[in-house]
Design a protein around this ligand. Structure first.
Ligand SMILES: Cc1cc2nc3c(=O)[nH]c(=O)nc-3n(C[C@H](O)[C@H](O)[C@H](O)COP(=O)(O)OP(=O)(O)OC[C@H]3O[C@@H](n4cnc5c(N)ncnc54)[C@H](O)[C@@H]3O)c2cc1C
Length: 419
């Protein structure tokens, strides 16, 4: 068929560039459709555990790397409660341009079109993408990498989807908001909150020293449906900083972050394949995804290149091979476990969450790291979750077993009504 490429990738974000690059490196004819130039700067900053990048030999793509990585799970207010938990693993922030160029350099044979995909239609042996410009593009397989809100990917409706919401500031401060040279994964200290605020959905501080007097501080809600409002997060960040006697003296950049944490897995019989946010690849327990893109794209590209070598396979068969490679049963089951865990956590008040994370990070480092990066085989993951349960105090076990879903209202409201 003329004018029909092998694979048409929709999107120009991390997922699109990653899969386009891996397919191109395997000799697959790839075209892409993205509204912006694919080398235009991305709006988000991406963080990752340095070990994840070392495992794929890409740690040179980090712009910042912290050795002093900690969290706070005490209530705050005195020396014992202000004690940080050291993670003992380096954390890094990608050099966004370097990551983008890494993938673009692998995708030199990809033909990119500046356009927007409006509709995807599936014929017997190929798919057709109708673009906003009126152009019609054909491919044996369409891969949707347009992010979590894609209208082209169908997925079951499981009710409200929980979002990770955050409001952050890159700026200068009247004094260091966190210790110099430090990365703070989660600061759950709550001594700046009123009793009433402690009954509201918990939020934590994610923060890092960017050097040269610059810091990034971000008030974050792990997951909630609907997501915590930005004005609440902004007010809480100010309150937290005020309490420590810190004022923001210059704002260089504000980050407004909201993305789904427990998006249901897509319908894996559809003729369009997805990758990245559109394929629900965000880790439901942590919200991270870039490490997963890097780990999973080569296997997916390999499977697709092998399937595309068979000219008799049409879009439905190719997509099916892709879905099987992307979401094998093992990963589906792990994903379900993570979603179950997140469902429990969403009902916890800040005190229970602090206890939970303090217990979680007392696990062996390879266990919590493997859990957070989704790199543990299923039996080991189950073992880690059982161990976490065994280590948990009774109140936490009760929450983990019964969860908020089984209760009439979340734990943080139970406490309110107990007053
Ligand atoms: C603020 C923020 C911070 C995050 N931080 C981290 C982090 O530190 N570490 C981490 O691992 N994960 C992080 N995530 C989660 C996740 O990695 C990101 O959401 C990531 O950007 C998802 O990549 P994606 O390529 O799937 O989608 P997106 O980045 O959303 O890219 C979608 C692309 O598709 C294009 N597009 C949209 N519609 C169309 C269309 N109709 N046709 C063609 N193209 C279209 C868009 O223009 C864009 O180029 C963060 C998310 C957010 C929102």
């Amino acid at each position: 068929m003329t004018d029909c490429t092998d694979v048409l990738v929709l999107g120009g974000g991390p997922a699109a560039l990653c899969i386009a690059s891996e397919l191109n490196k395997r000799g697959v004819a790839v075209e892409g459709i993205a509204p912006e130039a694919v080398d235009a700067p991305w709006p988000n900053t991406y963080g990752i555990w340095a070990n994840e990048l070392e495992a794929v030999a890409l740690d040179h793509l980090l712009e910042h790397r912290w050795r002093d990585t900690v969290s706070y799970f005490g209530a705050g207010g005195d020396a014992a409660e202000d004690q940080p938990t050291a993670h003992g693993i380096d954390y890094g922030l990608f050099d966004r341009a370097a990551l983008q160029n890494h993938w673009l350099n692998g995708a030199t044979g990809v033909l990119w079109h500046r356009d927007s995909a409006e509709r995807v239609e599936n014929e017997a042996d190929h798919s057709v993408v109708i673009c906003a410009s009126g152009e019609v593009r054909k491919a044996r397989l369409v891969i949707d990498a347009t992010g979590a809100n894609s209208p082209h990917i169908s997925r079951p409706d499981r009710g409200a989807v929980a979002g990770q919401a955050a409001y952050g500031v890159v700026g200068r401060f009247s004094e260091d908001p966190i210790s110099s040279g430090r990365f703070v994964l989660m600061d759950y200290r709550s001594d700046h909150l009123s009793d009433l605020q402690r009954l509201e959905p918990p939020t934590f501080l994610y923060a890092m020293d960017l050097g040269d007097g610059l810091f990034f501080v971000e008030e974050t809600s792990l997951a909630l449906a609907p997501g915590v409002a930005y004005d609440v997060l902004k007010q809480r960040l100010k309150q937290r900083l005020d309490h420590r006697g810190v004022q923001i003296s210059e704002v260089l950049h504000e980050e407004f972050c909201l993305f789904p944490m427990n998006l249901p897995l897509p319908d894996r019989s559809q003729a369009v394949l997805a990758f990245g946010g559109a394929a629900s690849m965000v880790h439901p327990a942590s919200g991270y995804m870039v490490g997963s893109l890097l780990r999973r794209a080569p296997g997916l590209a390999e499977a697709l290149a092998a399937a595309l070598a068979d000219p008799s396979l049409g879009s439905v068969d190719l997509a099916r091979r892709g879905w099987q490679a992307l979401w094998p049963t093992e990963l589906v089951l792990r994903h379900q476990l993570y979603q179950f865990g997140l469902g429990r956590l969403m009902g916890f008040n800040e005190r229970l969450l602090r206890t939970h994370f303090s217990t979680f990070f007392s696990l062996a480092r390879e266990d919590w790291f493997g859990f957070l990066t989704n790199t543990l085989p299923l039996p080991r993951l189950m073992g880690v979750m059982l161990r976490l349960f065994a280590l948990s105090p009774w109140e936490l076990r009760r929450g983990l077993v019964l969860g908020a879903a089984k209760q009439q209202k979340p734990c943080w409201l139970n406490e309110a009504s107990n007053d």
